[in-house]
Design a binder for this molecule. Structure first.
Ligand SMILES: Nc1ncnc2c1ncn2[C@@H]1O[C@H](COP(=O)(O)OP(=O)(O)OP(=O)(O)O)[C@@H](O)[C@H]1O
Ligand SMILES: [Mg+2]
Length: 474
């Protein structure tokens, strides 16, 4: 069986011919499906992938030529080889003109057929390989993808070039959207490890309980659901680089294990006893205030020092306003080409508007703003009207920012907020449960339950309900 090759499809209404073609091809290691009509062939093609089709020219129902035309219209890249008993030069030319990749006249030697099929198989593999390479190269970050002519960005790019070839552990600290992932990717690309794997793990995106097994792997039966042994991502990264994004979100117990791993490269899989060792360079990033996290005891100070061998701090966009225009133009070119639009420039008014915004979401926010503008804009230039109303957003953000929790978890924040609302409503209703429940549009029972949960003293309130009375005391 040719491992990465999808099957080939044979269409012939003569059973014996089908069988002998099948045998020849299967003996050569191809996986084969065969059908007796072009109609059935079209059906199969729309259901699964084939690397080529061999069809007889004369078929009952739709002819081989009609099939050729229809199939080429739908799957323009699919190689189709036509076989016929009536070989005349004219027919051969017609078949090739209609898009057949090749043409064989009966009787033909099996080698002729195998040769033609072999070429198609090779072509298929090349196309696949190219697509994979292209996908990989767009995935890999290059330092020149980091746009910016401000002195800070020029320095940053130089610093990447200096640090990349070393094996130093790197910590990248910076606000959201400042390009931390780009820096990490460029460090790997420019390192001696660039041919080995670059493994990225987002610590905030993986549930805490699974993160350890993701990183270090697990043995069979280590926990419910661990049906097979699974190697860790650190093993996949052996010889290469591992990028731990949002490291500020890692739990303290796992931080301890990471510390040990950083000390000497050793680790044990979850549920395992063997000490394993790999050679991995570590890059970590977070947009959290890591010093504050250490103060709050959320982040181990020793781990911080161990990670902080070399530190990168990509500056927020508002501190390098001179890069805004350049970045905007860069994203404009990108999106305009991707969306087939003719927007080519940014009007003066729009540029002034862009430069006066303070960009809390940094380059990511700018990228999104330009994407939206390219969608909305119908002229050759981006005009201020295609940009969001930054002032309105800034006001909204301010009013939300004033009440946002600082040292609380979301649950604590929500509970406190709920408590405030219920207490205010109780006060306004002179501690009448019925009136308060009415105002909050919940039942008295639900109100009592919530008050208990939020530790609000029920004794100071009064339950003024006989349910049938419908009259309220205050
Ligand atoms: N200097 C830059 N030049 C070009 N593109 C950039 C630059 N900085 C950031 N970007 C782009 O902005 C987006 C956000 O960048 P990135 O994902 O690296 O941010 P981040 O710092 O990792 O943010 P977060 O903390 O939210 O994960 C990406 O699309 C990235 O390609
Ligand atoms: Mg990121």
């Amino acid at each position: 069986m040719k491992p990465s090759l999808p099957p080939l499809l044979i269409i012939d209404d003569e059973k014996n011919m089908r069988l002998s073609l099948e045998t020849v091809m299967t003996d050569e290691g191809y996986s084969v499906k065969s059908v007796e009509s072009a109609e059935r062939g079209m059906e199969l093609l729309s259901q699964e992938e084939f690397f080529m089709v061999i069809t007889d020219a004369r078929l009952g129902g739709m002819s081989g030529y009609e099939f050729l035309e229809k199939a080429r219209a739908r799957w323009s890249q699919l190689p189709i080889l036509v076989i016929t008993a009536y070989a005349t030069p004219k027919l051969a030319v017609e078949a090739i003109k209609a898009g057949a990749i090749d043409y064989l006249a009966k009787p033909f030697a099996p080698e002729e057929l195998l040769h033609a099929v072999g070429r198609c198989a090779e072509r298929h593999s090349l196309i696949k390989e190219n697509a994979q390479l292209r996908a990989r190269s767009t995935d890999i970050c290059q330092v020149d993808q980091i746009i910016g002519n401000s002195s800070k960005m020029v320095e940053l790019r130089q610093f990447i070039q200096t640090v990349a070839p070393t094996d130093a552990t790197v910590l990248i600290l910076g606000e959201s959207g400042t390009g931390k992932e780009l820096i990490a990717g460029s460090l790997h690309t420019l390192s001696r490890r660039h041919e080995a794997s670059y493994v990225r793990i987002n610590c905030a995106a993986i549930p805490e309980t699974l993160l350890e097994s993701e990183l270090f792997g697990h043995e069979k039966g280590a926990f419910t659901g661990a049906l097979k042994q699974k190697p860790g991502r650190v093993e996949e990264a052996d010889g290469g680089t591992i990028f731990l994004d949002e490291i500020g979100d890692m739990s303290r117990p796992l931080q301890a294990k990471l510390l040990r791993f950083l000390e000497d490269g050793t680790f044990t899989r979850v549920g395992g006893n063997d000490e394993l060792r790999v050679n991995v360079r570590l890059i970590a990033a977070t947009n959290r205030d890591i010093i504050d996290a250490i103060r709050q005891n959320h982040f181990r100070e020793d781990l911080f020092h161990r990670l902080n061998v070399v530190q990168f701090r990509p500056p927020p966009l508002r501190e390098r306003a001179e890069d805004i225009g350049l970045l905007a133009e860069h994203f404009l070119r990108q999106f305009s080409a991707a969306m087939n639009k003719t927007v080519q420039g940014i009007s003066k008014g729009a540029l002034i508007k862009l430069c006066s915004h303070h960009w809390p979401g940094n380059v990511r926010e700018l990228r999104n703003v330009i994407e939206r503008a390219v969608i909305l804009e119908n002229s050759q230039e981006i005009h201020p009207e295609s940009l969001p109303d930054f002032q309105l957003e800034a006001r909204l953000r301010k009013s939300l920012g004033a009440t946002l929790p600082t040292a609380q978890s979301l649950d604590e924040f929500m509970s406190n907020y709920e408590r405030e609302i219920i207490l205010t409503a109780l006060e306004q209703n002179h501690f009448s449960l019925t009136k308060t429940a009415d105002q909050l549009k919940i039942s008295r029972h639900a109100l009592r339950y919530r008050m208990q949960r939020l530790n609000i003293n029920v004794e100071n309130t009064f339950d003024d309900e006989p349910p049938t009375a419908g009259k309220e005391k205050t």
